[in-house]
Ligand binder design. Structure first.
Ligand code: IVH
Length: 680
């Protein structure tokens, strides 16, 4: 290879790798398999070794880490890293709003953002390149953790603007990644136990774990932890923005990871609405959050408001209440789910917390019991944040009785007595007795008849229980072979209720193949996955005959789902189950109108604005869907715009503007109808 060829290849590989990284970490789109990605990266590493003169200082190979930092140098912040004032009540917010209005009048807007519960970071870019990353420290000076920050995939190593500026953001571990890391540690500990070594400590929570990771000496270990970073402010001189929202939009254009959860609010009532909307929604957010930050949008107004010694006067944090209490752990019981997953539940001495009496707390899995090192009769601290079910956050060790026994996770299913299993890499224990464990069997029937699946009305858990007790039904297929007489045997069942149920079952035979497939209750095959599989394979025969590779070809189907489906079809009982359902007249092939030619470039060259909130997906998911079909999401409505996807609660001014410019407005249903058939 000539030097010129090497240089151009290095450039080309770097561009590709940066693109795949961005799509994966910021848009959650995998355009390439892990294997192919590693091949590209290895190719680049090799070329850079052979031609070091062409290695760029923002090369994506730096993400792999390797540099060791023995001690972190102290760096003084150019702009001090302040904190935010905290509020906990609506009244505090109204007072804050009043203070602002007094200072600048009533013509101002807020930007509301989530308050991410991670670690603050300052990223310095000089001449467009990331030159320094510094922790908050005491606010005046922090630690230089540049080598570690460079391994974070969502921190750009360079941007397409050759200026000098500083970006502030929050480094985090997603809730999912935190769980995965603890599973890895638990597995490592099993090995250690066998070797007689001291066990490693499980990570306490995502925030501590992120903070500890940033201060590790070996950056290759940091790289493997896969930290994330949300950017939330841009600082610098003469950057030319006059508002916070404009600077966020610029950060997005420079490929920073700006969470799209932020919203412009025209008054404090809208802010309160935002706060209430996120109180529950934040549980589903991939990163832990502990509140909302509201910031006055206009920079000139921010300047007028200024700072106190500790915090800006133009911003404040509203913290969700995480009320806590302490009580006694009376026992741990274990629940069996539809798929056999075992969930431990703490039974507590009843205690009043945030207005309700709490008797139980979820313990998630064995790792959680291990992490808390729970013993019988422990005095535990419980907390209720946005979550509905409280969680145990710690144990008061000084109150532990010396004779207290450590809680041992059960070995057998509490329902059917079968020995539990725990698959490698999974946090949950399972009861493997899929076809005999009563709770699992009843759970499967409940899943089968639910609204999103076969939608059999007039059949509730009590009736299922009776049918089960009387040995009339063991699998959902048996439902279709029930007679009127069978049903009349049930308590509280007359002719009318029997006929209602029979006609509900009859009606369910019209349900589409997509939903029948979901109703089967195959592990990891949720409604969306079932729809993707059905639309890809058209009928059950093709699915049962598909090779593993063919299954993996379906969008969004990875190893876990493919293996689960293969395991399902390898069981004779399941094939019999499908045959019985077929005999009963259920649909096992697509309706003709659902079979359409695939056009993965449906939205090629088309631009979209997304506005409002949606029922079936988050804005991120919607963005991804549009991007995966070749479309582009932009932020403002202009004449050139092709579509406005209008959700609930979208601002009237946007709608008005779109109507005036005669832009095609799609409702959530219309958008779904456009793309649903293409999910192949
Ligand atoms: S703005 C002057 N925005 O909260 C401080 N901070 O107590 C401006 N944080 O140290 C910070 N999410 O680590 C801001 N969307 C967000 C945030 C956020 C989390 C953290 C940040 C800061 C602390 C302030």
């Amino acid at each position: 290879m000539t030097e010129a060829e090497a240089q151009s290849k290095i450039l080309d590989l770097s561009k590709k790798i940066n693109h795949y990284n961005y799509q994966y970490y910021q848009n959650s789109i995998s355009e390439i398999s892990d294997y192919d990605f590693d091949m590209l990266l290895n190719q680049l590493i090799e070329l850079e070794k052979e031609f070091p003169q062409f290695k760029m200082d923002d090369s994506p190979t730096q993400r792999v880490g390797g540099a060791i930092t023995k001690s972190f140098a102290s760096v003084k912040h150019k702009y001090p890293m302040l904190s935010l004032g905290n509020t906990y009540s609506e009244q505090d917010l109204l007072d804050f709003d009043e203070r602002i209005e007094k200072a600048i009048g009533n013509d101002f807007e807020y930007i509301c953002e989530l308050k991410f519960d991670g670690v603050a970071i300052s990223l310095i870019y000089e001449n467009g390149k990331l030159t320094k990353a510094v922790t908050r420290g005491d606010g005046v000076q922090g630690d230089d953790i540049t080598q570690n920050a460079k391994t974070i995939p969502s921190v750009p190593l360079s941007v397409p603007f050759k200026g000098t500026f500083e970006v502030r953001g929050e480094v985090f571990l997603t809730k999912k990644r935190f769980e995965e890391l603890n599973i890895q540690i638990a597995e490592e500990n099993k090995k250690r136990e066998n070797e007689g070594k001291k066990p490693l400590k499980l990570l306490a929570n995502p925030r501590n774990a992120a903070s500890g990771t940033l201060k590790m000496q070996d950056s290759s270990v940091v790289a493997r932890r896969k930290l994330g970073c949300f950017a939330y402010s841009l600082l610098g001189e003469n950057l030319g923005f006059d508002s916070h929202s404009a600077s966020l939009a610029q950060l997005e254009k420079w490929y920073f990871n700006v969470s799209d959860s932020y919203k412009k609010c025209k008054d404090i009532q809208e802010v309160i609405h935002f706060i209430n909307a996120w109180e529950i929604k934040r549980e589903k957010f991939p990163v832990e959050t502990d509140g909302i930050v509201l910031k006055v949008n206009d920079f000139r107004q921010q300047e007028i408001l200024g700072f106190t010694a500790k915090s800006p006067r133009w911003a404040i944090a509203y913290k969700y209440k995480a009320e806590s209490a302490s009580t006694i752990l009376e026992s741990v019981s274990y629940q069996v789910g539809r798929t056999g997953a075992i969930t431990p539940v703490a039974n507590l001495k009843p205690v009043l917390l945030a207005g309700t009496t709490v008797k139980r707390a979820s313990l998630h899995n064995a790792n959680e019991i291990e992490r808390l090192d729970l013993h019988d009769g422990d005095t535990v601290y419980i907390e209720k944040g946005g979550e509905i079910i409280p969680k145990i956050t710690g144990v008061n060790l000084s109150a532990r009785q010396p004779s207290a026994q450590k809680i041992q996770f059960i070995e057998d299913c509490p329902d059917c007595g079968t020995t539990l299993i725990r698959k490698e890499g999974e946090a949950n224990h399972y009861c493997p007795n899929l076809n005999g464990c009563p709770t699992q069997l009843k759970g499967k029937i409940e899943h089968f008849i639910q609204r999103k699946a076969m939608n059999v009305e007039s059949l509730g858990p009590e009736t299922i229980d009776q049918l089960f007790q009387k040995n009339l039904v063991k699998t959902p297929a048996d439902l279709y072979f029930l007679s009127r007489e069978n049903l009349m045997e049930l308590e509280r069942f007359g002719e009318k209720s029997a006929d209602n149920l029979l006609s509900g079952l009859q009606k369910s035979k019209e349900i589409s193949f997509q939903r029948v497939l979901f109703a089967l209750g195959i592990r990891f095959v949720g409604a969306t996955v079932a729809s993707k599989l059905a639309l890809h394979f058209h009928n059950i025969g093709n699915m049962l005959a598909a090779t593993r590779d063919e299954l993996l070809e379906v969008e969004e189907i990875g190893d876990k789902i493919a293996d689960s489906f293969i395991e399902f079809r390898s069981e004779e009982k399941n094939i019999l189950f499908i045959d019985q359902l077929k005999k009963a007249g259920l649909k096992f092939e697509l309706n003709k109108e659902d079979i359409v030619t695939v056009d993965q470039n449906l939205f090629e060259g088309k631009t979209f604005v997304i506005s409002g909130v949606f029922e079936s997906f988050s804005r991120d998911e919607l963005k991804q869907k549009i991007a995966s079909l070749g479309g582009k999401v932009v932020s403002s409505i202009s004449k050139k715009l092709d579509f406005l996807v209008a959700g609930d609660k979208m601002g009237p001014s946007k709608l008005e503007k779109a109507e005036k410019l005669e832009i095609k407005i799609l409702s959530e249903e219309e958008f779904l109808a456009m793309v649903e058939r293409l999910q192949v």
